[in-house]
Design a protein around this ligand. Structure first.
Ligand SMILES: [Zn+2]
Length: 179
């Protein structure tokens, strides 16, 4: 086999992790799981439920999540148990995180002031994953957590003719899931 087709240890690691996720996590599809509001002490009053899919929304086009307002430094919490699949700096999202849960959903956290977990960290629902801030394009605006949920498994019945409506098959409205 030519050398260039050899997988590195790191790549084998990723294959092992993904295989594990596939076999272990699909059990989660059958378990009911409410999501925790991902900001410590927050209630449904701390976000505007109408802000989901609001447009126009700057460079994002449509606002694909909700903004949970809280003071800088307020702990951001894992809405569900899962594994951190992204931790880094994004132009719009600033200090951002992505957590993959047992129902094949991605939980996106943006504008964090700090993160306390890294790629590959397993988190349990309610664990602290970072703190609320105003990084990325939220700079200078009231500090808040931008939170989105994206299902990797589409919901075809949620297709809509609204702007970017096909994406509603993937983006879930957090207000319907947070308890
Ligand atoms: Zn937002």
């Amino acid at each position: 086999m030519p050398a260039k087709f050899k997988l590195s240890k790191r790549e084998w690691g990723w294959i092992a992790i993904l295989t594990l996720l596939f076999f272990v996590f699909d059990i989660g599809l059958f378990l009911e799981q409410d999501l925790t509001i991902p900001v410590e002490g927050a209630t449904a009053k701390d976000w505007n439920r109408d802000a989901f899919w609001r447009e126009p929304w700057g460079k994002s086009g449509v606002h694909k999540g909700i903004d949970i307002f809280a003071r800088r430094g307020t702990p951001a919490l894992a809405a569900a148990s899962g594994v951190v699949v992204y931790q880094g700096e994004l132009k719009l999202g600033g200090n951002a995180l992505m957590i993959f849960d047992s129902k094949w959903r991605l939980h996106y956290y943006a504008h964090l002031d700090s993160t306390t977990v890294g790629m590959g960290t397993w988190v349990y629902k309610g664990n602290v994953v970072g703190t609320v801030g105003d990084s990325g394009n939220a700079q200078g605006r009231p500090t808040h957590l931008h939170y989105s949920i994206m299902s990797l498994i589409p919901y075809p019945d949620r297709y809509s003719t609204r702007t970017e409506g096909w994406k509603l098959m993937f983006y879930l409205n957090p207000t319907d899931y947070l308890r």
